[in-house]
Design a protein around this ligand. Structure first.
Ligand code: HEC
Length: 162
């Protein structure tokens, strides 16, 4: 019985010991130092925030393709927010690489204000390039973002309101 308990404790310790190394898959994903006694894991891992950014990248593209500019503006704001959150939670992330995505997102919003499809597409291309530039800098050249060819969001209507 005691031996079994010891096994459990050792097992748990090895799982917990493995966690920090998991969180540090990329040097940018290393969590900021939070002071002693306050070492709880982040609620959202960087990769989780990135998966949300990936969803929004698709929604943004789909809204732009459908000329649904109110939704384009909304998704551009949300994506910008996700990336800023990522940068403020994870102190190693280089700010210029976040700014590059933000500049593209600002051009996307400007294109939406003008309802200009060509400008939207050009800014969207630059956004995707900026996503990949950071992945390359982070040693994650294998996470390759591209312009979507279809969308998994079949439960959302992307056509503009009349
Ligand atoms: C400033 C840096 C930076 C920018 C900009 C950035 N990423 Fe990332 N991304 C990362 C890092 C670092 C990781 C690795 C996180 C990890 O593994 O802990 C990552 C991982 C990912 C992943 C893999 C997550 C998974 O669980 O499969 C996806 C997808 C992703 N990013 C999408 C995007 C998209 C889409 C954009 C642009 C809209 C973007 N990223 C912009 C730094 C960035």
């Amino acid at each position: 019985m005691t031996q079994m308990r010891l096994c459990l404790v050792l097992g748990l310790a090895s799982v917990l010991g493995a966690l920090p190394s998991l969180a540090q898959d990329s040097p940018f994903a290393e969590q900021p130092y939070q002071g002693t006694g306050n070492r709880q894991p982040m609620l959202l891992a960087l990769a989780d925030l990135m998966s949300l950014a990936q969803d929004r990248h698709i929604k943004l593209w789909q809204a732009g393709k459908a000329n649904h500019y109110a939704l384009v503006t909304y998704e551009a704001n949300k994506l910008s927010d996700s990336l800023y959150r990522a940068a403020s939670l994870y102190s190693n992330i280089p700010v210029p690489l976040v700014k590059a995505t933000d500049e593209a997102l600002m051009r996307i919003s400007a294109a939406a204000d003008k309802r200009n499809g060509a400008e939207f597409q050009s800014a969207f291309r630059d956004l995707t390039i900026a996503c990949n530039a950071c992945h390359q800098a982070a040693g994650l050249a294998f996470v390759k973002i591209k312009t979507p060819t279809s969308s998994p969001f079949t439960n959302q209507d992307f056509t503009p309101n009349q």
